[in-house]
Design a protein around this ligand. Structure first.
Ligand code: SAH
Ligand code: SF4
Length: 351
């Protein structure tokens, strides 16, 4: 009999890995596919509920495997309907996921790490530092828990997933790829690739791998148009400077009509001048893209300020006049610290 620690958490396994797991227990490959279908069915938490598995196999499974899940999240609801979920992990760490209901979609903002090592100076998760990568199970369990919450509270279906929660998803590439496999597998959570977006601060080689191995959408946190400024606010820029990052975007293998999303957080006096807007027009010229302008979500002690509304509109106007699709992204859930860059383990912030 294995101890709990030695048991395989089946939520860590893609279909391919579940097939290997079934084979390792002397079972035919199709048992792996059957297990995948069972573990992502809402409400199924035990092996004895998997009624089409042979009885002996069902009895054998608990000795070798377990099925993790997130229970009892801390919920906070914003006046705008945004819901923040705080999930406690087995090691005592906490992560957050944010549900953003809109008229035509329900988007979940998913975390990929506890903290983040990238150190962007405007981001609260960055200020927390890096604790650890999330496992594949911990990534997919955020989606399972929120799906179940929505079902239980009659809130409709989860339609879109964005890896814009805590952490840099491409710094946890293996678990990210396995989780995307489970999220998009028909027997898994059955999301279409088109409805998943991975946002990165710009880890170029990992970005190309993501494009080669999946068809998900890519979002790039650009936030500056010259290396001097970007180095100051995003330390990753000293490893992958702007030219290299944009070269990677040009090489990014994407499907027809899929455009890269550039995120640009406007910081008063730092990156929000007309000259910066014109430089952005120039930089992105050969890349099929759209641009999201984010106003800064002020965090405690932040040395940056958000520009006023007119400045943001003027910046957007320049992009639009030059043929770009540029939206100003409405900040959601600011009152419950669920907005971009406000996610951090509270225990950590207090100390
Ligand atoms: N690590 C990834 C994804 C998580 S952050 C990335 O950086 O892309 C999600 C988005 O929120 C990124 O575009 C990030 O730059 C932005 N962001 C971080 N802190 C912010 C803040 N205080 N105000 C506005 N946007 C912020
Ligand atoms: Fe990490 Fe993204 Fe925050 Fe930068 S903006 S510190 S990459 S989570």
């Amino acid at each position: 009999m294995s101890t709990a620690a030695q048991k395989t958490d089946l939520k860590n396994l893609t279909q391919e890995k579940l097939i290997d797991f079934a084979l390792s227990l002397g079972q035919p490959a199709f048992r792996g596919r059957q297990i995948l279908a069972w573990i992502y069915r809402p409400g199924i938490h035990n092996f004895d509920e998997m009624t089409d598995l042979a009885k002996e196999f069902r009895a054998l499974l608990p000795e070798h495997a377990c099925i993790s899940r997130f229970t009892d999240p801390i919920l906070e609801t914003s006046i705008d309907g945004t819901v923040k979920f705080g999930f406690f992990l087995q090691d005592g760490n906490m992560i957050e996921s944010v549900l953003i209901p809109e008229e035509d979609r329900n988007t979940l903002c998913v975390s990929s790490q506890v903290g983040c090592a990238m150190g962007c100076t405007f981001c609260l998760t960055g200020a927390m530092g890096f604790k650890r990568n999330l496992t594949t199970a911990e990534i997919v369990n955020q989606v399972c828990a929120v799906r179940d919450y929505m079902q239980a509270s009659d809130k409709g279906q989860l339609t879109n997933l964005v890896f814009m929660g805590m952490g840099e998803p491409l710094a946890n590439l293996d678990n990210l790829l396995d989780s995307i496999s489970i999220l998009t597998e028909q027997r898994g959570l059955d999301f279409s690739n088109r409805r998943i977006t991975v946002s990165t601060c710009g880890l170029v080689p990992q970005m190309i791998t993501l494009g080669e191995k999946t068809n998900v959408n890519l979002a790039i946190s650009l936030h500056a148009v010259d290396n001097e400024t970007r180095n100051k606010i995003m330390p990753v820029n000293s490893t992958y400077p702007i030219a290299e990052l944009l070269e990677g975007c040009k090489r990014f293998p994407h499907k027809k009509r899929q455009r890269i999303m550039f995120e640009y957080t406007l910081l008063e006096g730092i990156n929000n001048s007309d000259t910066a807007a014109l430089k952005l027009v120039d930089l992105l010229r050969d890349i099929p893209c759209k641009i999201n302008l984010l106003s800064l979500n002020q965090t405690k002690g932040s040395k940056y300020r958000s520009p006023d509304r007119n400045r943001i509109l003027a910046f957007q106007k320049i992009l639009r006049e030059n043929g770009y699709t540029a939206f100003i992204r409405q900040s959601r859930g600011e009152d419950i610290s669920a907005a971009c860059g406000q996610l951090a383990d509270k225990k950590q912030i207090i100390t």
